[in-house]
Every structure is written in C-alpha cells, then in structure tokens.
Design a binder for this molecule. Structure first.
Ligand SMILES: [Zn+2]
Length: 465
C-alpha cells in the first residue's frame, strides 16, 4: 500500500487532456500537492492508504478553473458602475475609490473574491492589483490568497502618466519598480508580475523600463491591451502607431506578456501577437457589461495565440463567478459570428483550464494527469439546473452554478470542503465586506456619482461612436 494524503473514489473524471479522456467510476490519489495516480476505481482502490478519502459516486471531477484577469479590490464596488462605458466607468466607479483603499479593505475584498472563486471551481487566479501609494496593500492581497487557500498571482499595478481621468498622485515609476523588486524578492517571480495599466497610463520609457526589469528578473508582464477604441486612438495620437504595433516597435512583446481584453485588435494586430507568442485573457462578461465589444477569440486561437479566460473585476462583472464566465464566454463568439459551431463548450473549458495555465506561463496544472498539481473540484450534478447529464463538459459550461461545486482542492489541500470554506470565517468576511464597501463608497463619493450617471453616459457614448 502506498501512503497518500487524499484519495477520491468514484465519480467521472474529466481530465481535460488534449485527447479528451474521461474516466467513468474513477479514482484519483494525491500526495502532497501533486496527483500521484488516477484511473479506473477498480484498478486503484486498495493500492493506497490515504490520510483522507472522499467519496464522489455520482459526481464529476474537473481540473480547477484558471481566472487569468481580475481586480479583487473591485469586489467592494459591485453595482456602483452599472450601465457606463469603460472610460466613464473608470471616472465614476474605480478611479475615485483607489486613493481611499486601505490595507484592510484590500485584504477583505481579496478574501471575498477568492471565496467566490473557490465556490465557482476556480483554483488559480491572476489579480491585477492597483497601483497604490501604500505598498502594504500588495502584501495584504497575497496574504488573502494564502488564508483562503487559492493559488493567487499578483500583478503589481504600475503607472507613470497622469491620464485624463486620474486625479490622484502616485509615486515615480522608479519607486514603484523598487517595490516590485521587494515583492519579487519576498514572494518569487511565479507569484509577482509587473502590471503596467495600459499604454495610455504609461510613457514609452516607462514601458521600456518595465520590459527591462521583467527580462532581468525573470518576471512576467500583464497589461490592458485595446479594450476599447480609446486605447488605439491614444496610441496613434501619442506614438503614431496602434497599440500592438507600438509595443512591437519598442520590443515590449514576448511570450511572457499577457494581454487583457484585446477587444479591438485588427487582423494585423492578431498576427503580431501570434508572431511574438503573446497570451490573451478573454473576459467576456466584462466586455459585455461595459459594452466594449467582442474580442476575436476564434481568430486568435486559429493563429496559435495562447488564450485564457477571465472574470475581470467585480466592478465590471459584477461577480467573480468563473462558471458564469464559462457559459457567457462560450456563447459570445457564437452570436458575434452568427455561427453556433465557431466555439464549443470544450473550447471554453480548454481556455479556462490548460489555456489559462499556459497564459500564466505554467504547464504544471490545467489538466488532471499524474505529476500535475492537484487543482480540481468535485461537481455535484444533482440539481434541477443540471439534470440530466449527457455530456459532463456541456453540463459544466451551460447547466451549472455555484451550488454544484461541492469540494475544491488547491495544491492537494481541500479548501472548499463539502461547501464549507476552510481557511477563513466566511460569514465574518461577508459582514466586514459589506461594512467596508459602504465606508469606501462614502469616502470616494461613488454613490453621488452614480446618481448623475445618465447624463454622463449620453455624452460619452457620442464620443465613442
Ligand atoms: Zn482589468
């Protein structure tokens, strides 16, 4: 008998491997953070002495979902920016809030978002944490990842340009990069990335400095790329080139750069990203919520670009629900192309698992295979929304919700245990999040802005059209 830490017996294992292997009445053994064995239950049962055994008869095991773009502080802003296009939403909702964020707010907001992530089957997320003068907010966010038990990657926000709608002071870029060095020395390059906001939030020299540091320190980069027309218009005005060709011209692009959104890419931009082997985060709920548009995801995939799926921040979603992102992400390309075959449930699951892992530069999770990290969730299909099950992947993508997610395992640890969050007091986090969100809205004046939103919306829509 081989000693293992966790043994899951019974249920259908959806491996999400490229060959589509599914194992009926399976078993999966975990030692430490890694999958030790998986296969038919009859072949595995009796071979392992497990510290704990979970019974999954009638359930489905999926690899954990990967959220490649979010902003966890925005969980405190749900509902404050409804019905506004991006630039005006920034004005009304997020930018006024940033200077008032405290370390505690960032911790509670991150914990709240991580709890919802685990409840929607998400085991890894990339959090684009705002550029903030109080650098302790980054440590607080990383602590929230660890306390809740999710695998969190922190994109340390960077800014070195007063964009039209930014009305707060920020330290010089050199000082921000010094803090990035502190963070990467403390937490490692797998957990800390460089995250310049967008080309319109940065000077060309600032982007070059970020690129240099990434190369020297082995860090990865993420930025918002062509989310709305404004991005490429500003890039053309300031640099004489659209966003992607400009980034190409300063040798910023590479396989270590993750581009969020990419809604407004041209065909030529798609080819440049493919040539530079860049990665893209597809954030369908946010793109619909803000009315930004539909990114050319099937085209990017055809060209071989790595694509992951993201929820984006809860101020433009308004949740962190990766199951919702799966369904909406599968549907949006169909309506854009008026072709239901252009993007399938299997495509959506692939983006949300191995695609997301690849977008984060990782190949040690994203499928259920021996030797991979034990990141997975146990899905209970016995709900009216989900029954009958003919195809587990179709059920997950089109007929599921958070109640289906019964148990979530991250790096071999059970962090959602039969629907109970293990690492933190969930009720206490929910109560504190409500209180802090009300305080933040009061300090930032975001409720007052909300009341005047309709007139603003009309004026901005005219500009964008
Ligand atoms: Zn974003």
């Amino acid at each position: 008998m081989t000693a293992v830490d966790l043994l899951i017996l019974g249920g259908t294992i959806v491996t999400a491997r490229p060959d589509g292997l599914q194992i009926a009445d399976g078993a999966l053994a975990i030692r430490g953070a890694v999958i030790e064995a998986l296969g038919p239950r009859a072949a595995l049962e009796g071979r392992f002495a497990a510290a704990r055994t979970l019974h999954a008869d009638g359930q489905i095991l999926f690899p954990g979902l990967v959220d490649t773009h979010t902003h966890l502080y925005q969980t405190l802003l749900k509902g404050l920016g409804d019905d506004l296009p991006l630039m005006e939403w920034l004005d009304a909702c997020t930018l006024p809030s940033i200077p008032h964020l405290t370390m505690r707010m960032c911790y509670v907001a991150a914990a709240l978002g991580c709890i919802e992530s685990l409840r929607s089957g998400c085991t890894t997320l990339f959090d684009y944490t705002v550029d903030h003068p109080d650098t302790s907010v980054y440590d607080a966010t990383l602590k929230a990842f660890d306390d809740v038990g999710i695998q969190g990657v922190l994109g340390r926000g960077l800014r070195d340009r007063q964009a039209p709608n930014v009305r707060f002071e920020f330290p010089p870029l050199e000082a921000q990069l010094v803090d990035c060095a502190r963070l990467v020395d403390t937490y490692g390059a797998q957990r800390v990335w460089l995250a310049p906001g967008s080309t319109w939030a940065m000077e060309a020299d600032g982007l070059r400095a970020v690129r240099r540091m990434a190369t020297e320190r082995g860090m990865r980069i993420s930025l918002h790329t062509d989310e709305v027309l404004f991005d490429s218009q500003e890039s053309l005005r300031r640099f004489g080139l659209r966003t992607v060709p400009f980034l190409d011209s300063i040798d910023f692009l590479g396989p270590d750069v993750l581009h969020a959104h990419c809604v407004k890419l041209s065909e030529a931009d798609c080819h440049i990203l493919a040539r530079r082997r860049g990665a893209v985060s597809y954030n369908p709920v946010s793109n619909m919520y803000l009315g930004s548009g539909v990114p050319p995801i099937p085209r990017l995939l055809d060209l071989g670009v790595t694509v992951g799926l993201g929820a984006d921040g809860a101020a433009s979603n308004n949740s962190q629900d990766m199951l919702e992102a799966l369904k909406i992400g599968a549907l949006l390309p169909k309506v854009a192309a008026r072709d239901p075959a252009i993007f399938t449930a299997g495509d959506a699951l692939r983006l949300a698992t191995s695609g997301g892992a690849a977008a984060l530069g990782r190949d040690d999770f994203g499928t259920l295979e021996v030797g991979k990290r034990a990141d997975l969730f146990i899905f209970d299909p016995r709900y009216a929304k989900s029954i009958p099950v003919h195809d587990p992947i179709s059920t997950l993508v089109y007929s599921s919700g958070q109640p289906n997610v019964r148990t979530t395992v991250v790096g071999g640890k059970v962090v959602l245990d039969d629907r109970r969050i293990v690492g933190v007091d969930e009720d206490a986090i929910l109560r504190e999040a409500q209180t802090l969100a009300e305080q933040l809205a009061e300090l930032a004046g975001t409720r007052a802005r909300l009341e005047g939103r309709w007139e603003q919306k009309r004026s901005r829509s005219e500009v964008l059209d």
